[in-house]
Ligand binder design. Structure first.
Ligand code: AMP
Length: 284
């Protein structure tokens, strides 16, 4: 079956109500397009677990700050469509901005505290935009399962918490980060990197791994493990560190002592490109 492309909320409902009434389970993969193998891994997972796979492609303006890359964010729709076709996606929801946000929308969702650290302080309003658009997509598509990448660990945590707090009837599935052979996490934003910037980019993952190894070798002071990671990042003048933090893996609060499973997460700038990544670690 070829992929159906729908652009309106009414058309999604019409398409999927029929499937649901026949007892089909629906899996949703929300994306902003510029699809890569990381997105495809979520589609494959959904294909294996659900009868109908829906992918949303929507560059959500409300999650971008005024000086961020909303207008230049890549939008290669024909290529995205081809990838969805190859991966057996049934339906692409590709709304425009007025369809998702008629002029007078006033409601938004905020998941407090989980946005207090990591990317939150550097991207004010970002997670409110993310939570709100994901809640809208969940209401529009009404999937049994929705798939998100651990690449955006703070986003995944916030969506899980929103789903719990608001009793949404959907299972949130988190999936591992796909990487280039040199460790760089796949990201739609990697296309922004100039060739010499691309050379520096794998240091992000290597620095997280250095911090992880320190913890697994017995380091229990977060500050020391952070220093281990930052030392590598500082070795390259092309990199500017936004943050490298070690947080509790559920509450996302920074820890002083590493006495439980943690997430090590960082954001860096290389030239005009902001990259994020994270890894899990646990004390011995
Ligand atoms: P985006 O289009 O960047 O909003 O991402 C859509 C979904 O794909 C999110 O749930 C991301 O966490 C996930 N994703 C992005 N990059 C990767 C990756 N390298 N591996 C796995 N999932 C990813």
């Amino acid at each position: 079956m070829s992929v159906r492309i729908v652009e309106t909320i009414a058309a999604v409902r019409q398409e999927l109500d029929r499937a649901r009434s026949e007892g089909a389970s629906i899996g949703l993969v929300p994306t902003m397009g510029a699809l890569h193998e990381g997105h495809a891994s979520l589609m494959d997972r959904a294909r294996g677990e659900c009868d109908v796979v829906a992918v949303s492609i929507f560059v959500n303006p409300t999650q971008f700050g005024p000086n961020e890359d909303y207008s230049r964010y890549p939008r290669p729709f024909a290529r995205d469509l081809a990838l969805c076709g190859e991966r057996g996606v049934d339906l692409i929801f590709h709304p425009d901005v007025p369809e998702m946000y008629p002029s007078d929308t006033r409601t938004s969702v905020e998941v407090t505290k989980l946005d207090a650290h990591l990317c939150g302080p550097f991207r004010p309003g970002h997670f409110r935009g993310v939570a709100t658009v994901v809640l809208k997509l969940l209401h529009i598509v009404q999937p049994a399962k929705a798939y998100f990448g651990e690449k955006d660990f703070q986003q995944l945590s916030i969506i899980r918490r929103m789903t719990e707090d608001l009793n949404l009837p959907v299972a949130i599935v988190g999936a591992p980060t796909l990487r280039e052979p040199d460790g760089l996490a796949l990201s739609s934003r990697n296309v922004y990197l100039q060739p010499d910037e691309r050379e520096a980019a794998p240091l992000l993952f290597r620095s997280l791994e250095a911090a992880r190894r320190a913890i697994e070798d017995g380091e229990d002071e977060a500050a020391s493990a952070v220093r281990e990671g930052e030392r590598l990042l500082r070795s390259d003048p092309r990199i500017r560190i936004e943050y490298l933090q070690i947080v509790d893996c559920r509450e996302l609060q920074p820890l002083e002592r590493i006495d439980r499973p943690v997430r090590i997460a960082a954001a860096i700038w290389i030239g005009k490109t902001r990259l994020i990544d994270n890894v899990a670690a646990a004390p011995r």
